[in-house]
Each structure stands twice: as structure tokens, then as C-alpha cells.
Design a protein around this ligand. Structure first.
Ligand code: SF4
Length: 287
């Protein structure tokens, strides 16, 4: 454990809380980004229980330097995945589900068809379930994006992750403007869908760069924002440049509210789908 990590960025959890959910997930042949990304909140979330399901396998075609997900040649798309995911929602008694995936640049639709299939199965079987998708950029392909949006998620989430100056070092295969276009297009395709994005702090960005990204997100109609502290999942990943102080996260939250975001979750342990249910409740509370 990096002894530079300040108290506000340390979290302990009881491994026992994970066992039951992990066993259920393995029995169903499902992956979670919680496990693949080594999320510090896993103990808390699996205890609820809640989890962020990762479809389209656990091998990514991209090499983001902050990410612990395995990189390489992915497996073929699994047609049984939507059905098994529905069983997991039933077993865990979820009211809000988050579906994410690795990036599949190897597929013509970037995996959008599988997202749509999952959304449709869940909408059919659980009419009151809140469905949030956290997707890749589908290479900026609007027809792929349309497949996902027309399937009817309640929240469309696509992370910018960091500020444009750091893209080359942090997420070299992503394009800042392309990711903004994806969020804009999602809102244009269906204005009832809440759009959401997320940033990591502590990678070397300045406060004014983060505020500029927040302005860009508001300019494309983004409703919800998460900002959390980057923690290095493995020693192969990029180093933490700074453990950002809690008061800086509070300043971002305050600024975000003034910019018109419906809800901003900003604190060291905030992650894209951390407390997703509460974030969505924030919408209704503000409606
Ligand atoms: S695209 Fe997503 S899953 Fe793939 S390496 Fe980047 S962050 Fe990780």
C-alpha cells in the first residue's frame, strides 16, 4: 500500500461481504467492473447488494493507463449474457442496475447490439427497474449509439475520465471531442434520457482544467457528474500525481451545481456508478 495515501483516500472492507455475491456472479458466468477495476467501494456495494455488470467479456481492445482491466484479444459475443444478467438482477433484488463493458473496437457495432439486447430483456422482465448504461465511445459511430438509446436506458453514462491535455498519457486511444459528441448525440437522440459522465482527479490536472471540462459537459447537455480520486489499481498502472483534498472535491460539487448539473457526486471515493441509485434519486428530487 502506497504510504503516501492520506486517511481520506483509504478504505477497508470485510472480505466476507464479497463472498456471497461473488459466488452468485460466478455461478451465472457474469463479470463486474467492480472486481476487474479493483474498486475500493466493492465491500460496501456488494453488501447492499449492488454491482456494476461488465458485459462483452473482461478483455479490452484499448490500453488506458489507469485501468486494471485485462487488455488483448476479446472473446466472441455471448448470446446468453442478457438472460443470465436478468437472473442476477432477480437474485440480487436490484432496483437500479448499471451495465458497462470493455471497449470492443474489434466489433462492427462496438458491442452496441449487446447493450441493446440486455436493456430490452431487463425492461421486459423488470418494468420498474432503473437501467443505467456506462458505455465506451463506439468509435463515435452514431448508428451504434442509436441502437443503445432506442433500447431505452434511463441513464446514458460515458466517462471523459480526465482533462484533454492528459488524454495522450492517460487514455491514448480515446478522443476528448469524440466523447463529448457521444454525450451530445445521446441527448439529441432522446431528451428523456439522463446523460452522465465521470472524471478522475489526481492525475496531474489543474482545478481550472477540471472546471473547463465541466463547462464542456454542460455545453453538451450533460445532467449528472461524478468526480473521484484516482487510485492506482496495480503497479503497472499510471502513478497517482496527487491525493486531492476533500475540500477541492467540495469546490467542484459547488461549481457543478452553479453550472446547472442536476446532480454532482464529488468526493475521494466517488466512482462512475458508486451510489448510482442515490445519484438517480437526485434527479427526481430536483425534478
Ligand atoms: S477502454 Fe475502459 S476497460 Fe478498456 S482499458 Fe480503457 S478504461 Fe479500461
Amino acid at each position: 500500500m502506497d504510504d503516501r495515501i492520506p486517511s481520506w483516500s483509504r478504505k477497508k472492507y470485510n472480505l466476507g461481504d464479497l463472498v456471497k455475491v461473488k459466488r452468485q456472479l460466478r455461478e451465472l458466468g457474469l463479470h463486474t467492473v467492480c472486481e476487474s477495476a479493483r474498486c475500493p467501494n466493492i465491500g460496501e456495494c456488494f453488501k447492499k447488494p449492488t454491482a456494476t455488470f461488465m458485459i462483452l467479456g473482461d478483455v479490452c481492445t484499448r490500453r488506458c493507463r489507469f485501468c486494471a482491466v485485462t487488455k488483448g484479444g476479446p472473446a466472441p459475443v455471448d448470446a446468453g449474457e442478457p438472460g443470465r444478467l436478468a437472473v442476477a438482477v432477480e437474485k440480487l433484488g436490484l432496483k437500479h442496475v448499471v451495465i458497462t463493458s470493455v471497449t470492443r473496437d474489434d466489433l462492427p457495432d462496438g458491442g452496441a447490439g449487446q447493450f441493446a439486447a440486455v436493456i430490452r430483456v431487463l425492461r421486459e422482465q423488470f418494468p420498474t427497474l432503473i437501467i443505467e448504461v456506462l458505455t465506451p465511445d463506439f468509435g463515435g459511430d452514431e448508428e451504434s449509439l442509436r441502437l443503445v438509446i432506442t433500447a431505452g436506458p434511463h441513464i446514458f453514462n460515458h466517462n471523459l475520465e480526465t482533462v484533454p491535455r492528459l488524454y495522450r498519457t492517460v487514455r491514448p486511444q480515446a478522443v476528448y471531442e469524440r466523447s463529448l459528441r457521444v454525450l451530445r448525440a445521446a441527448k439529441d437522440m432522446d431528451c428523456r434520457v439522463s446523460t452522465k459522465s465521470g472524471l478522475m482527479a489526481g492525475l496531474g490536472e489543474t482545478e481550472s482544467e477540471v472546471l473547463a471540462v465541466m463547462e464542456d459537459l454542460r455545453a453538451v447537455g450533460c445532467d449528472l457528474l461524478t468526480i473521484g480520486q484516482y487510485l492506482r489499481p496495480m503497479k503497472e498502472n499510471i502513478e497517482v500525481s496527487e491525493y486531492v483534498r476533500p475540500e477541492v472535491f467540495e469546490r467542484y460539487a459547488e461549481a457543478g451545481r452553479k453550472m446547472g448539473f442536476i446532480f454532482v457526486a464529488s468526493a475521494p471515493f466517488v466512482r462512475s456508478s458508486y451510489n448510482a441509485e442515490e445519484v438517480f434519486a437526485g434527479i427526481n428530487a430536483n425534478a
